[in-house]
Ligand binder design. Structure first.
Ligand code: MIC
Ligand code: SF4
Length: 641
């Protein structure tokens, strides 16, 4: 029987398990990437494993999140990352060189390879035909140590693209359209594999916009075939030798099929405060205060060039602040050399560094009550830095059109379409990517005072009495659990300090209470932990004594992170039991170790006397990890064997 693209890549990398949806598979990882906000922890964990040099084909460390240097902390992390990379065989992309996913696509992505990244938007690499998966930093550290990456074999969904997009409709609108159908949990434990005649009309950067924001569907990853367009992109990047064709066999089968008629898609927006709250632009009538163009979703050369063509000779509306962050130094330099940057500046754009910037709340927080249009992938409440701002996620075309008019504007009103293609040849200069040292023994790893040791979990106790420290609702994001932004991000390598911010936007008294309780359990609703891959959303609660989370359902990466730090992820067998629980209730768990193996556990609520039935969906490997107190202890033990 024929194979689809995903099965072909997994089969070639399979180390353990069978490709049956739901069963755990282990795959060999060819490449890894980290960024600075998750990377400091990942390299501390890698060092704790005592392995001198990474065992992957390629590992790259990027600095793109914490680039605001308000004091020594972020700069200290940068030099730590630079020296640690040099010592342990990792390439280092300096601050200013660009956003990890954009640079990785340009300079390192290779069709058919596996990529594991400590960032949830790692699936950007699916645009070039990689099996690119986001994970917690510890999973990436373990992959750098040469061990497989384990995950539940997802269902494979074929997304059949028919026809082609109409003028002024972009690939951002395609993923917004899919979010409107599938919602933020529609892709959990699924891989979206694109195919059909419409694929040929999309360039690699356009495909990467779709696979990038597939993360918002909750999907394990998304992938496109590798074809003539992939070859052209690699050739323009001066690395045609990395090209290999990759397509599904004609008789390949899929678990599900979704058909999307590209010609029927119109410009769309994700309205506040969720990426799946989709409306057509034509139905929105709002004055706009801020427009921001950039982020790993929409900051390629073609995105920026189209924006500059729209703004050329025009002026940004007097009431609008327009900020633009090109995704990489390569993009910025081409724009500078071909004159587009001058057009953007002349139009009144505020040009930002090539980094995540406003996407992660590092500057450009909108004014109180503002309407902000952003070409990003997440619009969770407060993520922009302003709690009462209304953030709409749109395409670069919609953003640019609206910056001129001062209100949300359908780009189809701009007149004749301006086609923008890939350049024949990108400007290639890798001088800001530093190779690892040839004499690693001579490299000293520099650690500033804000870099604190990684806390290690304790082995699981079979009987526990756990008070409920907080009860939250559905779709709680990791931004709720462990916020980002300019104030909190500098503490990513200091768990005691960052743990003071856990749930700060939901209930600022949480850290104090959790510490007072000593040990506790969190109660969550559906899709608990959606969004980012930040393992700090598990690590900091672990530090505060959280031993278990009981939820109606979990997002994939967060669930894996909980396991990695020895926190038990348990699901309600009957979701209605959620209603019977209150903050302050005390739950008694007994015979936990046996229950984990049997797949079923019980918690007795001492207030209501009710026995709550819980489902444990963990592999035997995960049960062992939890018993040992987390993956670090487990991986160390394995490496020693
Ligand atoms: C994000 O977009 O939320 C981040 C910041 O890139 C995160 C990683 C992090 O929290 O460091 C992600 O998406 O994984
Ligand atoms: Fe950076 Fe935003 Fe992309 Fe996360 S989503 S990697 S913060 S640009």
């Amino acid at each position: 029987m024929g194979l689809n693209i995903t099965q072909k890549i997994i089969k070639e990398h399979l180390v353990s398990g069978e490709m049956i949806p739901g069963q755990e598979v282990g795959i060999k990882i060819d490449q890894t990437l980290t960024q600075d906000a998750t990377g400091t922890m990942a390299y501390l964990q890698f060092r704790a494993m005592d392995i001198p040099r990474v065992k992957t084909e390629l590992s790259v460390s990027y600095v793109d999140h914490n680039t605001l240097q308000a004091d020594f902390k972020n700069a200290d992390d940068h030099i730590f990352l630079q020296t640690v990379a040099k010592k342990h065989g990792v390439y280092f992309s300096k601050p200013g060189n660009g956003i990890c996913h954009q640079v990785h696509l340009e300079r390192f992505g290779r069709p058919g390879k596996t990529l594991l990244g400590s960032d949830s938007h790692t699936p950007t690499g699916g645009g070039i035909g990689m099996l690119a998966i986001g994970a917690g930093g510890l999973d990436v550290a373990v992959a750098m140590a040469g061990q497989p990456f384990y995950f539940p074999m997802p269902k494979i969904v074929r997304v059949e693209l028919k026809n082609r997009l109409r003028p002024w409709v972009s690939s951002k609108d395609v993923i917004l359209h899919l979010l409107s159908i599938l919602t933020v949990k529609g892709g959990v434990n699924k891989i979206m594999e694109y195919g059909g005649e419409g694929v040929a009309s999309l360039s690699v950067p356009e495909r990467a916009t779709i696979t990038n924001m597939g993360a918002e569907l909750g999907a394990t990853t998304s992938i496109f075939p590798s074809d003539e367009n992939t070859r052209k992109f690699l050739e323009a990047q001066g690395r045609v030798e990395d090209y290999v064709p990759l397509a599904a066999d004609p008789d390949a089968t899929y678990d599900e099929v979704i058909v999307v008629d590209l010609a029927e898609i119109v410009p769309l927006a994700a309205c506040p405060h969720s990426p799946d709250n989709i409306k057509p632009i034509a139905e929105l009538d709002l004055k706009v205060d801020q427009v921001v163009i950039g982020s790993c979703t929409n900051s390629s050369y073609t995105d920026m060039k189209r924006v500059s063509e729209i703004l050329k000779g025009k002026r940004v509306h007097p009431d609008v602040s327009l900020a633009i962050a090109p995704g990489s130094r390569q993009v910025l330099e081409i724009l500078a050399r071909d004159g587009s940057l001058a057009d953007l500046i002349a139009a009144g754009a505020r040009i930002l560094e090539s980094a995540c910037g406003p996407c992660i709340g590092m500057g450009q927080a909108p004014r109180s009550g503002a309407v902000s249009l952003r070409t990003f992938n997440r619009n969770f409440e407060g993520r922009s830095g302003t709690k009462d701002a209304s953030v709409f996620l749109v395409s670069p075309e919609t953003a640019a059109a609206s910056a001129i008019t001062g209100k949300i504007t359908d780009p189809r009103t701009l007149g004749e379409y301006i086609p923008v293609g890939l350049p024949e040849r990108f400007l290639v200069d890798d001088s800001m990517i530093l190779p690892p040292a040839e004499n690693p023994d001579e490299v000293e790893v520099i650690m500033g005072p804000n870099i604190k040791p990684v806390p290690i979990g304790k082995p699981l106790e079979s009987t526990m009495e756990l008070p409920v420290s907080i009860k939250v609702g559905d779709n709680i994001t990791t931004d709720h659990i462990m916020p980002a932004g300019a104030k909190v991000l500098p503490f990513r390598s200091n768990i005691p300090a960052i743990s003071e911010f856990v749930f700060s936007a939901v209930d600022p008294s949480f850290p104090e209470r959790a510490k007072e309780l000593g040990k506790s359990v969190i109660i969550g609703g559906q899709n608990y932990g959606q969004g980012s891959s930040r393992e700090h959303a598990a690590l900091a609660p672990m530090y505060l004594g959280v031993k278990a989370v009981i939820a109606k359902s979990f997002a994939r990466i967060h669930k894996a992170n909980l396991v990695n730090f020895g926190i038990l992820p348990l699901e309600f067998a009957d979701p209605e039991d959620y209603d019977s629980l209150e903050q302050g209730d005390v739950l008694i768990f007994s015979n936990l170790i046996e229950s984990l193996k049997s797949g079923e556990a019980f918690a007795k609520n001492t207030r209501t006397r009710k026995d709550i039935k819980l489902t444990v969906s963990l592999s035997s490997r995960q049960v062992e990890i939890i018993e040992k107190g987390g993956l670090l202890a487990f991986a160390k033990a394995q490496a020693e064997n």
